[in-house]
Design a protein around this ligand. Structure first.
Ligand code: GLU
Length: 462
């Protein structure tokens, strides 16, 4: 059997984190089995579906590198096929016309509620051997209902949740076409999964309730029943359902906030799945390892700190030229004159170790450009007479020293030793004079990067 998976988003909003994780797992499962990953756009809710949302889904998947092998297929372009199957089911007797008006259905529901029963379609128009159906009312466009089995149970082995059984007595005769002839959501999913040869349905567990109905329809159509894996939802840091309140929920907000796609992928991969104690892994490894056995059956909690930790890891690993392409436009937008400091790639190389996001990295680079503007009070506190004398000596040594970090470090050490001073007494005012800040990477690295001329010019008025 060739594995075929699909990601089937409804284009009613952006691609959110839960959707991205579903896409990732479906993609990885197909890759693991050298199968096919299908993208299907479930756009039958015409009022809520938008082209922008389709684009947002495609952009999000592209950013993450979740390349589909087939599609995107649009359900709205498959209407003829759905109508064809509905026609066939009406002929086969697995579906039937129902002429109940909305008012009749309301009255039915009220009656059942009053009698303490669970509201459900009572089968008025369901054909049965020997049953006489009511006369067809005039001027009523009927809906089409699926003839769900009355007895027995629907059982499937969910690859995340284990065995699930639902009694058919709990299931209604589902409407598969509305009175205007348009097919309904559950029906389209079934026909698509069948036509597209989907072998494994990986989706959010908000669809568990749809599964027994979909299985019944597939069986009525003599279509193979795929395997199902229903993923638990993603909760926010506080244990509540993930929402706007928790910050970014659209995947495309993450590149804008300075996250690298490999960090997001690694993070989402671990959010509900594990491979021993492995926290950092590539997508090649993930595709090799991914299976249903190590999926978590309980909800996962989103943890921004962990995402930041992974992002920092991938920023450190990233090529400086790649980072520069992201950092440069941000600095240019701020009007920073990059000709006033060292080569941006070199600055990035020094600053990237501490950055949780590319945006943080960009702002940390600012200290190398333009003139430093230390707080006079802070400078006064750190630039004591002893520090000033030490820095004068430092500046004079700078003029002739070999320009490398080791030499700078040794020179600084010599000054400290001879003057019986501690590192911060010299390094802090030096940082302030060079960058305006107290916190920078190692002072030798910073001095080395600024270059002899700049350092001398900033120390000349001591
Ligand atoms: N279109 C559905 C959604 O976005 C997914 C349906 C499915 O995966 O079967 O929630």
């Amino acid at each position: 059997m060739t594995v075929r998976t699909r990601f089937a988003p409804s284009p009613t909003g952006f691609l959110h984190l839960g959707g991205a994780r579903t896409a990732l797992y479906s993609w990885a499962y197909a890759r693991h089995h050298k199968g096919t990953f299908v993208l299907r756009i479930e756009d039958t809710d015409v009022e809520r579906s938008t082209d922008e949302a389709v684009q947002a889904i495609i952009d999000g998947m592209q950013w993450l590198g979740l390349q589909h092998d087939e599609g995107p297929f649009y359900q709205m372009k498959r209407m003829d096929r759905y109508r064809e199957v509905i026609g066939q089911m009406l002929k086969d007797g697995t579906a039937y016309y129902c002429y109940c008006s909305p008012e009749e259905l309301d009255a039915m529901r009220e009656r059942q509620k009053a009698a303490g029963e669970i509201p459900r379609y009572d089968g008025t128009w369901r054909p049965e051997p020997g049953k006489v159906l009511p006369p067809v009312p005039e001027g009523v466009n009927p809906v089409v209902r699926f003839r769900n089995p009355l007895d027995g149970v629907v059982t499937w082995h969910d690859r995340v949740k284990g065995d699930i059984s639902i009694a058919n007595s709990q299931l209604d005769d589902l409407i598969i076409a509305r009175s205007d002839g348009t097919p309904t959501y559950n029906f389209c999913v079934v026909i698509d999964d069948w036509d597209m040869g989907i072998t494994h349905v990986i989706r959010g567990d908000d669809h568990v309730n749809n599964t027994p109905r979909q299985i019944n329809m597939l069986k009525a159509l003599n279509a193979p029943v795929p395997e199902y894996a229903h993923l638990p939802m993603i909760l926010g840091d506080d244990g509540e359902k993930l929402s706007k309140r928790h910050g970014a929920v659209s995947v495309m907000e993450y590149p804008a906030a300075g996250y690298l796609p490999e960090a997001m992928l690694n993070y989402l991969a671990r959010l509900g799945w594990s491979h021993g104690d492995d926290e950092i892994f590539s997508m090649e490894q993930f595709c090799e390892w991914f299976d249903f056995d190590h999926l978590s059956s309980s909800a996962s909690q989103f943890n921004t700190e962990k995402l930041n930790w992974l992002n920092n890891h991938y920023i450190r690993e990233a090529d400086n030229a790649r980072l520069e392409a992201m950092v440069r436009p941000q600095l240019e937008k701020l009007g920073v004159d990059l000709s006033t400091g060292p080569a941006l790639q070199d600055v990035i190389g020094l600053m990237k170790d501490r950055a949780s996001t590319v945006n943080e990295l960009a702002s940390s680079c600012l200290i190398f450009y333009g003139n430093p503007d230390p707080d006079p009070e802070v400078l006064k506190e750190h630039l004591t007479d002893a520090s000033r004398e030490a820095l004068k000596e430092y500046a004079s040594n700078i003029e002739t020293i070999d320009w490398n970090r080791d030499a700078l470090k040794a020179m600084m050490k010599g000054i400290l030793k001879q003057r019986k001073m501690k590192m911060p007494q010299v390094a802090m005012p030096l940082r302030l004079l060079l960058t305006g800040e107290l916190h920078t990477p190692s002072i030798d690295a910073v001095v080395c990067l600024f270059g002899r001329e700049t350092v001398l010019s900033r120390l000349k008025d001591l």
